[in-house]
Design a protein around this ligand. Structure first.
Ligand code: GTP
Ligand code: MG
Length: 211
């Protein structure tokens, strides 16, 4: 497959412990949900290959542990992120109130796409975050898209990642066009191996080395 047909996007999930980050990643990458996961230690990496508008995209996902003791690591995980999902639990308003902390202290690169994800939308009777609160936050965080998802009932999970691609793919294609226009076509190639940790895929990506 030609290099220009396959793109890797780095996606990082941030949010308080227990909000449902690992559950989203597992549902998206393995179509599985478990009622209880061990709290993520440090970070868990997963990859998923997606066909988007006839092009192959590889989502390289970092599911970070939300416990307080790992919060200082967020900027390290976010350093090369193309997109960051800030997650909260719709049944716990305290996790919703932390959205801005994650946004401001998570070391999210300026160029990264930020999306806010309200998890556990199946727990309608335990809803603690009202639509009015969400609406106010949307107004405050202009230009950031909000989703509500349920990993348990697999609602809106893949839509979040498809939204990321709908924004990132055209940006990358444009950037690549501009880049290729300024780089000589005779430059060499190097191989980068990407291991599919969650689904067992192994991908080899050919990349032009320019510097
Ligand atoms: N009902 C319901 N429960 C969920 C959903 N997503 C996650 N949970 C439950 O919430 C708990 C925490 O989920 P995790 O995915 O481990 O949360 P996390 O954000 O990864 O937590 P840390 O790794 O500690 O940061 C688990 O018991 C899940 O089963 C959901 O969509 N609906
Ligand atoms: Mg986790």
């Amino acid at each position: 497959m030609a290099m220009s047909d396959r793109k890797i996007f780095r996606v990082v999930l941030l949010g308080n412990s227990g909000v449902g980050k690992t559950s989203i990643v597992r549902m998206f990458t393995e179509e599985a949900f478990t009622a209880s996961y061990p709290s993520t230690i440090g970070v868990f990496n997963a990859q998923k290959r997606v066909n988007y508008n006839g092009k192959t995209a590889i989502l390289d996902i970092s599911d970070t542990g939300g416990q307080e003791r790992y919060s200082s690591l967020a900027p390290i995980y976010c350093r090369n992120a193309d997109a960051v999902l800030i997650c909260y639990d719709i049944t716990d308003v305290r996790t919703f109130e932390k959205i801005d902390d994650w946004r401001l202290t998570g070391g999210i690169p300026e160029k990264a796409l930020i999306v806010v994800v309200g998890c556990k939308s199946d727990l309608v009777h335990q809803r603690d975050v009202t639509p009015e609160m969400v609406s106010r936050m949307e107004t405050k965080l202009k230009n950031i898209k909000f989703f509500e998802t349920s990993a348990k009932s697999n609602q809106n999970v893949s839509e979040v990642f498809m939204y990321l691609l709908s924004v990132l793919m055209p940006q990358r294609t444009e950037g690549q066009r501009a880049h290729l226009g300024s780089v000589r076509s005779t430059e060499g190639t190097s191989n980068i191996t990407v291991h599919g940790k969650s689904n067992g895929n192994v991908e080899t990506k050919e990349e032009t080395s320019c510097c």
